[in-house]
Design a protein around this ligand. Structure first.
Ligand SMILES: *[C@@H]1O[C@H](CO)[C@@H](O)[C@H](O)[C@H]1NC(C)=O
Ligand SMILES: *[C@@H]1O[C@H](CO)[C@@H](O)[C@H](O)[C@H]1NC(C)=O
Ligand SMILES: *[C@@H]1O[C@H](CO)[C@@H](O)[C@H](O)[C@H]1NC(C)=O
Length: 299
């Protein structure tokens, strides 16, 4: 019995350190074509990203989608090179939550991260009418009632991800410089740095948050949990070539350059993508609320 318990504990520790698992990459023998060998869910039928054909979307309307952010902004933020992306965490006094739209309950902000490609013509994971953007930013939220991201991953409605598509232009993105500057301090796998200035999450969203695509999908990295309600804004935001180039200087765990970190398109199968807009009665409010406005009914 003692032996049996020790054995079980040993296996749990082995799994928890992750040493038993081969990590994933974006090319070669650990690349996307092989993810399902180690992470079976990556071969499922509800995977992301997908190509969104706008003329095949279902046009619907929905209650307002809004962020609730307590206290003063902006918040302290840190940026990590996890070998697969630049991952940003915020340190608000209280959780930032996402409400409304296709969501039936509050979702808590966990992290945001970026996907890019080897040149400015490719980079986003999702495609709209078969067209890729230069980058894609994912803001990941988990369902509050599930308590933690790891528990949320077990449920089909565990996560909501806000996706923002970025297209290259000359002027670049006015909000991203603190993130871009911080990239040079996280060149190597495992590096973490604080941003020089705080960050307000909603400043990264497009101005028009009233129109978005939504569909049921998965995380776009192993283990590819089929637990995500995707919310992809129809309006894009800008980024300059210099800004994207800074992301391509990050290195992976084995020291090679992370020039591209996008998963290829997955079959949509029998899933429906909705194009959601608000009826005029919803349009008067903004998509964000601060403390004090919480609970106030909009017109
Ligand atoms: C980064 O910020 C998150 C959220 O505040 C915090 O939990 C984490 O400890 C920070 N990491 C480092 C290395 O400072
Ligand atoms: C950009 O990269 C993609 C994928 O590697 C490639 O197919 C395409 O030809 C490249 N475009 C340019 C303009 O270099
Ligand atoms: C869609 O297809 C999957 C398997 O490919 C199946 O499990 C699911 O029931 C189907 N859903 C509908 C609504 O047909």
């Amino acid at each position: 019995m003692v032996f049996h318990q020790a054995l079980v504990l040993g296996i749990v520790l082995f799994a928890a350190t992750g040493k038993a698992q081969v990590d994933f990459s974006y090319e070669g023998e650990d690349g996307p074509d092989h993810w399902a060998e180690l992470y079976p869910m990556c071969g499922g039928s509800r995977q992301s990203p997908v190509n969104i054909q706008e003329d095949r979307t279902k046009k619907t309307s929905s209650p307002a989608l809004w962020l609730y952010y307590p206290g003063s902004i902006p918040w302290e933020a840190n940026l990590t090179n996890n070998g697969h992306t630049a991952l940003l965490k915020l340190n608000p006094a209280l959780p930032i939550t996402l409400h409304g739209g296709p969501l039936s309950a509050p979702y808590v902000f966990q992290q945001l991260h970026f996907h890019w490609g080897s040149n400015d013509s490719v980079g986003s994971e999702h495609a709209i009418n078969s067209h890729f953007s230069t980058m894609e930013m994912h803001m990941v939220f988990y369902k509050d009632e599930y308590g933690s991201p790891s528990n949320a991953a077990k449920y089909s409605d565990g996560f909501a991800v806000l996706s923002i598509l970025l297209d290259h232009n000359e002027n670049g993105n006015p909000v991203l410089p603190p993130v871009v500057w911080a990239l040079q301090r996280i060149q190597n796998y495992g590096d973490v740095t604080n941003l020089d200035t705080g960050l307000a999450l909603e400043s990264l969203l497009p101005n028009d948050r009233h129109l978005y695509y939504t569909y049921p999908g998965s995380l776009t990295t192993p283990p590819c949990d089929e637990a995500v309600t995707w919310i992809i804004f129809r309006q894009h935001v800008p980024i300059s070539s210099e800004q994207v180039a800074a992301f391509r200087t990050l290195k992976t765990e084995d020291g090679s350059l992370l020039t591209s970190n996008r998963r290829p398109l997955q079959p949509l199968g029998n899933r429906t993508v909705s194009l959601v807009s608000f009826s005029s009665s919803h349009r008067r409010g903004s998509a964000t609320r601060r403390r004090g406005q919480h609970g106030r009914r909009r017109q």
